[in-house]
Design a protein around this ligand. Structure first.
Ligand SMILES: *[C@@H]1O[C@H](CO)[C@@H](O)[C@H](O)[C@H]1NC(C)=O
Ligand SMILES: *[C@@H]1O[C@H](CO)[C@@H](O)[C@H](O)[C@H]1NC(C)=O
Ligand SMILES: *[C@@H]1O[C@H](CO)[C@@H](O)[C@H](O)[C@H]1NC(C)=O
Ligand SMILES: *[C@@H]1O[C@H](CO)[C@@H](O)[C@H](O)[C@H]1NC(C)=O
Length: 312
């Protein structure tokens, strides 16, 4: 038995997974790659973190193109650091928390976020109390899930990170909206499946894994949002399994960036995908980690936006 466990651990440790909240530091890159990443800039001698002063045109030094960090000063023709207020944000980006602001789109304007005036579309269930059936949004409050008996009255969030949701026995039950442990959702299959995998045979909610993919085309990567991890997957010929470090080294240049969520870098010298040794925080996911530590709200939708920014 003991031997079996040790072998099991070794097999697991050969597999790789990456944190979504960090990415390779710019100092890892030589010029060609450095210039390909929007978060880095080539100073002339080294690859450094992008800064407004490296954006040389009014077109790039603005809004989303600068990650809402910079704005163009027409009189000096310089790109300057700028703190955006909600009124300067476009409709598309107004509710995206990944840019670090807390705004909502109401009455054709981007305004400071407020639970009591947010429309149901703008309501943030992590920071506001929200009753699904009537689409009402209000300031956080305490809610006793056990006092509700129908689906229409049960579904709601309290604005403090908790929600009421029907469990598998149709009892209105309190859950964390965002738990780091998929097992917390074992009694609610439907909600489990939004972030984790429900295993029917054992009736348990488990973290996503490469084995969830049953065909080769889908077997690329798995996002484990509860652990804020990306898990690269490799097709064995018959099954989709977690990639080993050796599998990842063989990836081509594009897959090397995407599949490792910028935790590995491509080496133009030897054509290999290799692990970075220094990292910086990935601001597109930082707010998720902040939420986990109890200080910030998140939107699941924004995660996908974060990903699409990386893939673009
Ligand atoms: C733009 O640049 C000019 C000239 O350097 C400066 O006087 C002005 O304060 C800048 N404008 C802003 C909004 O920072
Ligand atoms: C409420 O939750 C149930 C599952 O418990 C879900 O099917 C339904 O779509 C939710 N929304 C409303 C408005 O009832
Ligand atoms: C509901 O979930 C719990 C916890 O996973 C499990 O023990 C129980 O068997 C489930 N009940 C039904 C009816 O599936
Ligand atoms: C969150 O908490 C963990 C563990 O306490 C800590 O290591 C990490 O730095 C914290 N993250 C943030 C963003 O505060």
């Amino acid at each position: 038995m003991r031997i079996f466990i040790i072998v099991g651990l070794i097999a697991l440790s050969n597999c790789v997974s990456f944190s979504l909240t960090q990415r390779c530091a710019c100092s890892e890159y030589k010029q060609t790659l450095c210039e390909a990443y929007p978060y880095c800039a080539w100073s002339g001698t080294a690859c450094v973190d992008m800064d407004c002063t490296y954006l040389k045109s009014a077109d790039t030094c603005t809004g989303p193109k600068s990650g809402y960090q910079c704005s163009w000063n027409a009189s000096s023709s310089k790109c300057e650091t700028h703190t955006y207020t909600c009124s300067e944000v476009t409709e598309d980006d107004c509710s995206q928390k990944i840019f670090g602001f807390n705004c909502m789109w109401v009455n054709d304007k981007c305004q400071d976020f407020s639970c009591s005036t947010a429309t149901s579309a703008a309501c943030d269930p992590f920071n506001c109390a929200m009753l699904d059936s009537s689409s009402t949004c209000s300031e956080p409050k305490s809610v006793d899930c056990s006092s509700f008996s129908t689906q229409a009255t049960c579904n709601q969030s309290d604005g403090n990170g908790n929600m009421c949701y029907m469990n598998n026995d149709s009892v209105c039950t309190q859950y964390d909206i965002y738990s780091q442990n998929c097992g917390d959702y074992s009694s609610t299959k439907e909600y489990c499946q939004q972030m984790c995998t429900f295993v029917d045979s054992s009736k348990t909610c488990q973290a996503k894994s490469c084995a969830d993919f049953t065909n080769q085309d889908d077997c690329i990567l798995q996002l484990d949002l509860t652990a804020l991890k990306v898990i690269p997957c490799t097709w064995s010929g018959t099954a989709c399994q977690e990639s080993t470090a050796a599998d990842v080294e063989k990836l081509d240049i594009i897959s090397c960036m995407v599949v490792t969520m910028l935790n590995y870098k491509w080496s133009l010298d030897d054509g290999k995908c290799t692990a970075c040794t220094s990292f910086t925080t990935n601001p597109q996911f930082q707010y998720l980690q902040d939420y986990m530590n109890g200080s910030y709200g998140i939107q699941i939708g924004a995660i996908i936006v974060g990903l699409s920014l990386i893939f673009n």
